[in-house]
Design a binder for this molecule. Structure first.
Ligand code: AMP
Length: 191
């Protein structure tokens, strides 16, 4: 059976967090969101949180070494033995190579990489609507910072698509459909 070791890829605002949480519940495996981990550290004002706050608030990536340490700690835990979902990591090709090395050390392998495809104009519209509707509390959700995050995504994260496609791991899903339709399409991968 293909392993339930899953990566979610997609631009910020593509719906990765929502879909990852639903799939994790269904498959009964944990989600590891490096963004959530970093935001918690910032909220608790830990030394690590203070170190990364300015970068995260401005939509810049924190160092590869730092996120790798966080991911290594999480993936080595017992609750990841039956599978896991990575949301927000890897974020660039170096991190993907780090992940390959880490997984082979842990005698694990990636089963699928799910790419939620949403064009940038749709993302900007969605984020603006969300902000208007519920007043997003994220420091990095301002329009200029979102544009920076999308640029960072294009430059650094989008190259992961050919990286995983060439290894036949990539499942491409139209992320512009409704949340429920996207959920069903993701479910079909595992049925
Ligand atoms: P996210 O919630 O995944 O959009 O991440 C929010 C922010 O956390 C990003 O804009 C980065 O500042 C930081 N971050 C999250 N994951 C990573 C990562 N894998 N590498 C570097 N920075 C990250």
């Amino acid at each position: 059976m293909t392993s339930k070791n899953i990566i979610f890829l997609g631009a910020p605002g593509a719906g990765k967090g929502t879909q990852a949480a639903m799939l994790a519940k269904e498959l009964q495996i944990p989600t590891i969101s490096t963004g959530d981990i970093l935001r918690k550290e910032i909220a608790s004002a830990t030394p690590l949180g203070l170190e990364v706050k300015a970068l995260v608030d401005n939509g810049k990536l924190v160092s590869d070494e730092l996120v790798l340490r966080l991911v290594e700690k999480r993936l080595s835990s017992e609750d990841c033995a039956r599978g896991f979902i990575l949301d927000g990591f890897p974020r660039n090709v170096d991190q993907a190579k780090d992940l390959d090395a880490l997984l082979s050390k842990l005698e694990k392998a990636i089963g699928f990489v799910i790419f939620l495809d949403v064009p940038h104009d749709a993302i900007l519209k969605r984020l603006a609507e969300r902000k208007a509707a519920d007043g997003s509390k994220r420091a990095d959700d301002g329009e200029e910072v979102v544009k920076d995050r999308l640029r960072t995504y294009e430059e650094q994260t989008a190259p992961l698509l050919p990286y995983y496609r060439s290894r036949q791991l990539l499942k491409e899903i139209d992320g512009t459909a409704s949340m429920e339709v996207v959920r069903q399409k993701i479910g079909e991968i595992f049925s």
